[in-house]
Design a protein around this ligand. Structure first.
Ligand code: SAH
Length: 380
């Protein structure tokens, strides 16, 4: 794999390898970390491991000669590396970012300077629907006054008719977070649709959505298969995002209870249940640790607990409560093997670790996804 800015960018740590060698590295890393719990199954590779990222965010910057550039922050710094062609980002998203970059000078928009905290345009964020082809464009600005917004929208939609909405998001703070807390306005829609495992999803600019739509189906199918669900099962989906795991398995079980802390994502999840005519999933807005401590159902009725926490893993208090409620089976979907290992040290006191299945969700990067099946009684 050949990327001209591989060294400066730092996004893909393993680009100097070929794909099988890259997969071996991930496999060995997981073996070292997790094999004391159970054998680590061979990682599920991606057929075509390029241009997969459906969420592409570019920092906008300007060279000393005044040329507008877009790209990524150099690893561990705030220096911007200009990226013209990225091998893991969706191609349409990249083309739209190029077009926005070209339009910036013609609208006389200034580029935000982080040190001086002056200027207008900070980031361009593009989300693409892999199955629907819909695109949502978000322009992150540092000031409410954006001259020529309507004409900009007209120009960019003319060039890229797949854009279903343009959102102007305000981020006035000195922060490395891309999105600010408020949108100033939007034109068209402020969300897009995509499909996973035959279900349709609405997602907003700020909601979490897995970044590799092809491997997400592999991941969810793996989790559902490992869970060995029955039509009489009651399932909990903790850290449920816009409801994708809960809704993907709803047809296989009696009832699902899901909890998520991001209000916008919960709103999307409730909408998505209706959109897919799913009536046996109930979504709760709240902190998973608190929610599980005050369960809305009888503990003994839970057949399967699914967790899919952020990189930090589960809080210890959450795991302590899980120990006391002891669901029959537990599925842990993890995007960080280090915190997974830490959490398995606790969980393996109560559960048998039955299967560890890695999925290559982020080819060429250092990140890797793992699904773990645990049960109270030995299954295999
Ligand atoms: N299962 C979903 C989302 C996984 S990402 C999917 O596959 O798309 C992790 C999610 O956990 C995010 O949506 C994040 O908002 C949510 N989250 C983070 N901390 C949380 C907490 N303490 N309680 C509940 N949800 C939390």
């Amino acid at each position: 794999m050949k990327c001209p800015v591989f060294k400066q960018c730092g996004g893909c740590s393993y680009q100097h390898n070929d794909y099988p060698a890259y997969l071996d590295k991930q496999q060995n890393k997981l073996h070292d970390l997790l094999s004391s719990f159970a054998q680590v199954r061979p990682i599920l590779a991606m057929k075509d491991p390029f241009y997969y990222r459906n969420k592409v965010q570019a920092v906008v910057s300007v060279t000393p000669k005044g040329q507008v550039i877009t790209g990524n922050y150099k690893e561990q710094s705030h220096k911007v590396v200009s990226v013209d062609h990225c091998l893991i980002e969706d191609k349409t998203a990249q083309a739209i970012i190029h077009s926005v970059r070209q339009l910036i000078p013609s609208f006389k928009w200034t580029v935000y300077n982080e040190d001086a905290q002056r200027g207008l345009i900070r980031h361009i964020l593009v989300r693409t629907g892999y199955k629907t082809g819909e695109v949502l464009l978000v322009i992150v600005v540092a000031d409410k006054m954006v001259p020529g917004k309507a004409n900009f929208v007209k120009a960019i939609r003319k060039k890229h008719p797949e854009i279903v909405g343009v959102v102007f998001n305000l981020n006035e703070r000195k922060t490395s977070m891309v999105l600010g807390p408020k949108d100033i306005s939007f034109s068209g829609k402020n969300h897009l649709y995509d499909e996973l495992l035959e279900k349709k999803y609405r997602l907003s600019a700020g909601s979490f959505y897995q970044v590799n739509p092809v491997q997400t189906e592999v991941l969810y199918r793996t989790a559902i298969d490992l869970a060995q669900l029955k039509p009489s099962d009651v399932v909990i989906d903790a850290y449920s995002g816009i409801g994708t795991i809960a809704l993907s398995l709803a047809d296989n079980v009696k009832q699902v209870y899901a909890v998520e802390s991001n209000r916008e994502a919960v709103r999307d999840a409730i909408f998505n249940a209706k959109l897919n005519n799913v009536t046996n999933v109930q979504f709760f807005h709240g902190d998973a640790t608190e929610w599980i401590h005050h369960l809305p159902i009888k503990e003994k009725d839970i057949d399967c607990l699914i967790v899919d926490p952020p990189r930090a893993g589960c809080e210890e208090a959450f795991l302590k409560t899980v120990e006391t409620i002891k669901p029959q089976r537990m599925i842990y979907v993890s995007c960080n093997p280090e915190t997974l290992k830490r959490d398995l040290e606790i969980l393996s006191k109560t559960f048998h670790v039955e299967a560890i299945q890695p999925v290559d969700m982020f080819p060429w990067t250092e990140h890797v996804e793992t699904v773990v099946l645990m049960s109270r009684e030995v299954i295999y």
